[in-house]
Design a protein around this ligand. Structure first.
Ligand SMILES: Nc1ncnc2c1ncn2[C@@H]1O[C@H](COP(=O)(O)OP(=O)(O)O)[C@@H](O)[C@H]1O
Ligand SMILES: [Mg+2]
Length: 381
């Protein structure tokens, strides 16, 4: 039974599929929609076969269904929509629907329900249903968009890492030749050519050596996370003790005093935890002020460990606080303070690998506090 007065839906008309056995009720619903400001094209059906057929030919934007029909029920219409994977809002219109049933129906996926003696509410219910659907669609699209971007970013990151690895790895070989032969040149011909030649050969060897350390640093950086490192419980207390032992000579030479509170056990690759503390404590000693005092601490904050390494050294201008974590970024000439500027980049890459963050804050008075987070539990716990 089709009560659409026009031959088919016109542009701008809301396409409605109405499951209803009572002609008068069907007319009342159409009337209510028109009164509510809708221009509609309604097709009325009574049973499943017709319903399925009209779903395919009428392409309804909304389904209105009576709760109880002689042959089947509005809820069965909902099941058909489900089976066909159609995301069309279904609104029940019913003579009497107890509160319990209404809640049941909504739980099962009905968008809304309207009583037959309250049809004035129907247009608003439809507007809301269409709006909800639009919002859901937009949200789904945004989520899909985000997922796509995350995937792209991961891919381009992986490519970049691969590039850095291959480049630094393959550059080593020719560079070794350059370094070896400039060194040989220096040894064989020093004092045999003119003074300028000696100087130039010196510069060339120095440059080659420096490039070798830069490339080795870059290789070390790009190797983080490449070789499926052995993760396990790492006692940070023991790690820091080990680091202090290796920094012993530097501490003696500078008079730096390093203290640490009890540090936790974390789930990580031990050698990487050594690298982090070695870099941070090493920096605190290198960029020291008078009477260098350095302290290492950890506290639990929000299901994470928050580590801090604080010093009373030369401090860092706030505008440089982000830059210093970038590969080869330094704030001083190498003649002032030795180094390649890879240490903090390595720390950041390691910390991020464990889902943590690293940053620096100015210390009141003077100096800096480097902070980083690590998850509290091992994945298995
Ligand atoms: N504790 C610190 N106090 C002051 N400046 C620091 C400190 N740690 C790092 N920096 C700044 O950050 C830069 C980058 O550090 P890093 O990556 O470890 O490289 P490097 O130690 O080779 O210079 C340093 O050159 C320095 O300018
Ligand atoms: Mg460093």
């Amino acid at each position: 039974m089709t009560t659409a007065k026009d031959p088919g839906p016109q542009p701008g008309q809301l396409r409605v599929l109405h499951v209803e056995d009572n002609e008068l009720d069907a007319e009342l619903v159409s009337e209510a929609l028109r009164r509510g400001g809708f221009s509609v094209s309604v097709v009325v059906v009574q049973e499943e076969a017709e319903f399925v057929e009209q779903l395919l030919s009428h392409h309804p934007e909304v389904v209105i269904a009576d709760y109880n029909l002689p042959q089947w029920t509005g809820m069965e219409a909902l099941d058909v929509l489900r089976r066909k994977g159609l995301d069309i809002p279904l609104i029940l219109v019913s003579g009497a629907l107890g509160d319990i049933t209404a809640v049941e129906c909504i739980k099962r996926g009905v968008t809304d329900y309207v009583l037959k003696d309250g049809l004035a509410r129907l247009p608003e219910a439809i507007r809301r249903a269409l709006q909800e659907k639009r919002v859901l669609r937009l949200r789904r699209e945004a989520e899909e968009d985000l997922a796509r971007k995350v995937e792209e970013l991961a891919r381009s990151n992986a490519e970049l890492e691969q590039f850095a690895y291959v480049a630094s790895h393959d550059l080593q070989e020719p560079l070794r030749m350059v370094a070896a032969y400039t060194q040989l040149l220096g040894e064989r011909y020093r004092g045999k050519l003119d003074e300028n030649a000696d100087k130039f050969i010196g510069y060339a060897s120095e440059g080659a050596l420096r490039m070798q350390t830069l490339i080795q640093d870059l290789l070390a950086f790009s190797r983080i996370g490449r070789n499926g490192a052995a993760l396990g419980h790492v006692d940070c207390d023991a790690v820091v003790e080990e680091v202090l032992l290796s920094l012993g000579p530097a501490m003696e030479e500078t008079g730096a005093v390093v203290t640490h509170t009890a540090l936790p056990v974390v789930w990580a690759d031990r050698s990487q935890m050594v690298q982090i503390f070695q870099n941070l404590i090493g920096n605190a000693i290198k960029f020291r002020g008078e009477d260098p005092a350095i302290s290492v601490q950890a506290e639990k904050a929000d299901k994470q460990w928050l580590f801090s390494v604080s010093d009373n050294g030369i401090g860092i201008a706030p505008e440089c606080a982000e830059n210093i974590f970038v590969v080869f970024q330094r704030l001083h000439a190498r003649t002032e303070y030795p180094g390649n500027g890879i240490g903090l980049a390595i720390c950041k890459k390691i910390v991020q690998r464990y889902g943590g963050k690293i940053w620096v804050e100015p210390r009141t008075g003077h100096g800096s506090i480097f902070k980083f987070t690590m998850p509290c539990d091992s994945p298995a716990e």
